[in-house]
Design a protein around this ligand. Structure first.
Ligand SMILES: [Zn+2]
Ligand SMILES: [Zn+2]
Length: 74
């Protein structure tokens, strides 16, 4: 399991729902995390697959973008 910036994000980015395979179809899913690009998206439940990329965690405020993380450690 991927470890994210905080407990809340761990919870939200790894929502496992019995009813919906697709997080975009699940009203409980808030965050779409792409392991490939390491980007976090805020899921917009408009019936499609829209999401807003978020650069900061809405819960702990830490930088989420890969670029931001590099800058943080520099
Ligand atoms: Zn966080
Ligand atoms: Zn669901």
């Amino acid at each position: 399991m991927t470890t994210h910036c905080c407990e809340a994000m761990n919870h939200r980015a790894d929502v496992r729902c019995d009813e919906h395979d697709d997080p975009f179809a699940c009203p409980d899913a808030l965050i779409d995390y792409s392991a490939e690009s390491q980007e976090y998206g805020l899921i917009i439940h408009d019936g499609g697959t829209s999401s807003i990329t978020v650069d900061f965690c809405p819960w702990c405020g830490r930088s989420l973008s890969p670029r931001g993380r590099v800058q943080d450690s520099a």
